[in-house]
Design a protein around this ligand. Structure first.
Ligand SMILES: [Zn+2]
Length: 327
């Protein structure tokens, strides 16, 4: 699980550069403490930047209290390195990491985006900082029982689960796409991710299609890497072809680049092979007595052997439900 709408604001937030932060070893962190900001959502000053200003300029702290702030739209702002003990919970700071949801949850509710982002962040931090043993609300920390923070049922939020995202494309759609000339198949949206560029044969195929000179490794071998140049060329190509200009290669773009297989014939029942012969069962009182290929033979047998008042059933095997003909 990764952080939702991650935004790194560690360098831009107001902090006391003269004193610098208090630090600790990340492996000392045992507690993840959840807060609310107690400032109403949507008001000016109700965001990580403003909290940092308030904490530093007003309270005289070295830096913002929280390592992470989750804004109402689900943006998760990374405010402090994990080894900085932010002043978020007094004498517990040295071994805890603070996460704050913007909002006054005594008066309003966290947004769905914030709840989802909190689940993602907690999952991420548990993995990133394996020494974390306890997830707590601020007021559950010793000495803070009087505080109404985080003022929402964070346990319930954490216990909820996020539905798996619907698969973007059906397997059938993917199967119908042609492979690129280099053999690459389409399996994911290709796009330029700043700082962590996508690489792969599928990207090389797109690069070659667009005529963007591919990169070479130290042995001179070309490889695919989705950089700004491909994004730019792709956008021009999308514009020229009347495709939505996204700078990303999804299924529509791939199909335009490399085409689609002609209608894949669906497996149909093979009519040339003789199937089971339809036959007529004669059933008496629910028990099959005989089976005939011809209806006439069945009737003959029936009239010859079975007394009136007994029902018989015609059953065209496997193809339609048996019909019941009362005598
Ligand atoms: Zn708090």
């Amino acid at each position: 699980m990764s952080i939702c709408k991650y935004k790194d604001v560690r360098k831009s937030l107001v902090r006391d550069t003269k004193r610098g932060p208090l630090t600790r070893s990340v492996s000392r962190i045992t507690h993840l403490v959840i807060h609310h900001s107690a400032t109403r959502q949507g008001l000016a000053g109700s965001n990580a930047e403003a909290f940092a200003r308030f904490h530093v300029q007003n309270n005289g702290w070295r830096n913002i209290a929280y390592a992470y702030v989750i804004e109402p739209d689900g943006t998760t702002k990374h405010c402090l390195d994990h080894n900085i003990n932010g002043p978020h919970v007094g004498n517990h700071n040295a071994y805890s990491i603070g996460v704050c949801l913007t909002g006054d949850f005594a008066k309003e509710k966290p947004t769905k985006e914030q709840e989802k982002a909190l689940r993602a962040l907690v999952a991420y931090l548990r993995k990133a900082i394996p020494s974390i043993k306890y997830i707590r609300g601020h007021q559950e920390m010793a000495g803070y029982a009087w505080k109404n923070c985080p003022a929402f049922d964070y346990k319930k939020v954490l216990a909820a689960s996020d539905p798996a995202p619907a698969p973007k494309w059906t397997q059938e759609e993917l199967d119908r796409l042609n492979s690129a000339p280099n053999g690459a198949r389409f399996s994911r949206t290709l796009k330029y991710i700043r700082g962590n560029q996508m690489t792969g044969n599928d990207i090389l195929a797109v690069q070659q299609f667009l005529g963007v000179t591919p990169a070479r490794d130290k042995n001179g071998k070309v490889y695919g890497i989705f950089g700004p140049k491909i994004e730019e060329t792709l956008k021009k190509w999308q514009q020229k072809n009347g495709i939505k200009v996204t700078g990303e290669v999804g299924i529509v773009n791939w199909r335009r680049m490399f085409g689609e297989k002609k209608e894949v014939p669906k497996p149909t029942p093979d009519d040339s092979k003789p199937g089971p012969k339809p036959y007529i069962r004669v059933t008496v009182n629910g028990k099959q007595q005989h089976a005939f290929e011809q209806k006439d033979s069945a009737i003959k047998w029936f009239t010859d052997t079975v007394k009136a008042g007994i029902r018989w059933i015609l059953n065209d095997k496997f193809r339609k439900p048996g019909g019941v003909i009362p005598v």
